[in-house]
Design a protein around this ligand. Structure first.
Ligand SMILES: NC(=O)c1ccc[n+]([C@@H]2O[C@H](COP(=O)([O-])OP(=O)(O)OC[C@H]3O[C@@H](n4cnc5c(N)ncnc54)[C@H](OP(=O)(O)O)[C@@H]3O)[C@@H](O)[C@H]2O)c1
Length: 274
């Protein structure tokens, strides 16, 4: 049975992927930040008739990462076959509105945490001569939308770092894929909107962004979970998997003149009066 570790498996995409992969015969280890959430994850799996084991992990804490990977090595007889770097944090807000502490938190979680966990599992994958790394990127890693700068900066950097990693380790038998979802209906989306600051010069733009997002019909997390499974089961996994139409639109927008993209985004987000 192939083992897979999914970081941030207590909610949204990570939880859907953990339950979905367990149902398809993987030995799943999901990570959680608290024992309470870990227990809820294992109970949810048991309710659906499957087994997911939970390990405590905060990806921003190097000691926690080391402890988690040591525990995972024991559970998997040396190390996991696959790692899905899913844990993530959304910090929205205009460039001028995001504090350095919030910027640091999003990069610590969405970029350095991913790198840390990947570095820790690579030695056992190398020894085995095979393995899979799946990185949960985003449409925000393809197009930089106003009011989402630091989240985009982290995901753009994740795209770059993953391209580099894939090229560096191609001879090792370890395959690396990026998943680029558009809007997905999870707590991250709603909490991100709720946390936008009020009473700033960008207040009208935040309202416009909230209205635009509210008009969308986001896919559910199962759509991304199915794509994670494709990346883990394909004999030759792709470098990138898009989920939802936003990622395709983002790629198309790269073909447009930059001035057109700027004007359209500014108009949609009511930024012309800021
Ligand atoms: N939702 C979208 O529209 C969307 C679109 C594209 C990409 N994504 C990406 O998909 C991934 C999952 O997001 P989601 O939408 O499923 O969000 P979510 O429901 O909020 O889940 C985020 C998960 O990450 C965990 N997490 C956060 N900080 C962590 C840390 N420091 N250490 C360990 N775990 C941590 C959370 O744990 P707790 O339960 O303890 O908070 C939770 O399990 C993220 O990488 C996100 O950037 C989301």
């Amino acid at each position: 049975m192939r083992s897979v570790v999914i970081t941030g498996a207590t909610s949204g995409i990570g939880k859907a992927a953990a339950l979905g992969l367990a149902a398809h015969g993987f030995q799943v280890i999901g990570t959680a930040r608290t024992t309470e959430k870990a227990d809820k994850l294992t109970a949810a799996a048991a309710e659906s008739g499957h087994r997911v084991r939970a390990v405590l992990l905060d990806v921003t804490d190097p000691g926690s990462c080391q402890d988690a990977v040591a525990e995972i090595a024991e559970l998997t007889g040396g190390g996991p076959w696959a790692l899905v770097n899913n844990a993530g944090l959304a910090v929205g807000g205009a460039f001028e509105d995001v504090s350095e502490a919030d910027a640091r938190a999003v990069l610590e979680t969405n970029l350095l945490g991913v790198a840390r966990m990947t570095r820790l599992v690579l030695p056992s994958m190398r020894r085995r001569g095979e393995g899979r790394i799946v990185q949960m990127s985003s449409v925000a890693g393809l197009i930089a939308t106003p009011l989402n700068g630091w989240y985009s900066a982290g995901k753009y950097a994740l795209e770059a770092l993953t391209d580099v990693l894939r090229r560096e380790i191609a001879a090792s038998g370890i395959r690396v894929s990026l998943i680029e979802p558009g809007f997905i209906d999870t707590p991250m989306l709603s909490e991100g909107i709720a946390r936008l600051p009020a009473h700033t010069r960008y207040a009208e733009a935040y309202e416009a962004a909230g209205r635009l997002i509210a008009r969308r019909r986001p896919l559910g997390p199962d759509a991304v979970a199915r794509t994670v499974r494709r990346a883990l089961t394909a004999p030759n996994p792709r470098r990138r998997y898009s989920v939802g139409h936003e990622a395709r639109m983002a790629r198309l927008s790269r073909l447009l003149p930059p001035a057109t993209v700027d004007v359209t985004m500014r108009a949609c987000l009511r930024l012309n009066r800021v």
